[in-house]
Design a protein around this ligand. Structure first.
Ligand code: SF4
Length: 229
C-alpha cells in the first residue's frame, strides 16, 4: 500500500531522530580552517574519500595559502600535488578557475550563499550546498552518493537526480533539520548502510526502513550523477 505523505514525513523525522542519537558527533569530515580551505577541499572530494583529501590538503595549502596564489598556480605543478585525489586535471582546472572568479567577482573572498557558490566554475549545486551549510546559516540538504542511496533504501525518494532527491527530502523534513539530516545520512551511509553490503541487522533505523533495493546491493542500484565517497 502506498505510504501517505504525512506518514512518510513522520517516518523521515523519526529516522533523523534516531540517527541523531546514534551519531551525536556527525559533522563534515573534511578538515579546513577557513572558507578558502573548505572550498578547495570540497572541490577535491569529488569521487575521492575525505580521508585522502585530508592527507593532501595540508601540503596544498602550504604551497598555495590564499585564493590569489591558487588563482595563479602553474597548472602542471598543481596537478602533481592533487594527483592522488583522482580526476586531477579537471580538479586543477576547477580550482584555478574558481579562484580566478572569486578574485574577479568577490574581491578575493569566498562567497557564502549557495546561489553565488553554484555560479563559480567547477562548483555544482551539491558542492555549493555543502559549502554554504558550513559558511552560513543557510539550510541545505545536498545529496551526495550516500544521501541518494539512503533516500532510496529508506523509501524516502525514488528519484535519481540529486536535485530532485534533495527537494523530496526537504519536503519531508522541517528546514531546521535539513543540515543535520545531510550529515546524519552521510555518516550512516559510510558506517552501516554501505553501498555493497548494508549492515541491516546492526542498523538503528532498521525498524523504519523498507530496505528498498537492498537485495540488489552490489549488483544494481540507483546512482546519482554526482558521486562522492
Ligand atoms: S535497514 Fe539496511 S537498508 Fe535500511 S538504512 Fe539500515 S542498513 Fe540501510
Amino acid at each position: 500500500m502506498r505510504e501517505k505523505r504525512s506518514d512518510k514525513a513522520a517516518r523521515a523525522g523519526a529516522i533523523v531522530d534516531r540517527l541523531a542519537l546514534t551519531y551525536p558527533e556527525a559533522r563534515i569530515a573534511l578538515e579546513f580552517r577557513d572558507p578558502y580551505e573548505l572550498l578547495v577541499a570540497v572541490i577535491l572530494s569529488a569521487q575521492c574519500t575525505d580521508k585522502r583529501v585530508n592527507e593532501i590538503t595540508p601540503g596544498l595549502f602550504s604551497r598555495y595559502p590564499t585564493v590569489a596564489q591558487l588563482a595563479h598556480a602553474k597548472r602542471d605543478e598543481l596537478e602533481e600535488i592533487i594527483r592522488p585525489c583522482g580526476l586531477f586535471r579537471s580538479k586543477a582546472k576547477s580550482l584555478t578557475e574558481a579562484s580566478q572568479a572569486i578574485e574577479a567577482h568577490h574581491g578575493g573572498q569566498v562567497p557564502t550563499s549557495r546561489a553565488a557558490l553554484a555560479r563559480l566554475p567547477g562548483i555544482g549545486n551539491k558542492s555549493a550546498g555543502v559549502i554554504a551549510m558550513q559558511l552560513s546559516a543557510e539550510a541545505a540538504l545536498p545529496v551526495d552518493t550516500h544521501v541518494a542511496r539512503l533516500a532510496f533504501r529508506l523509501g524516502l525518494s525514488t528519484e535519481r537526480d540529486p536535485d530532485k532527491i534533495e527537494r523530496a527530502l526537504q519536503a519531508l523534513l522541517p528546514k531546521a533539520r535539513w543540515t543535520a539530516a545531510h550529515h546524519l545520512l552521510v555518516w550512516h551511509g559510510r558506517r552501516v548502510c554501505l553501498a555493497r553490503a548494508p549492515q541491516c541487522p546492526e542498523c538503528s533505523v532498521a525498524g523504519l526502513c523498507p530496505k528498498l533495493g537492498v537485495e540488489l546491493a552490489g549488483r544494481k542500484r540507483p546512482r546519482p550523477t554526482n558521486q562522492r565517497s
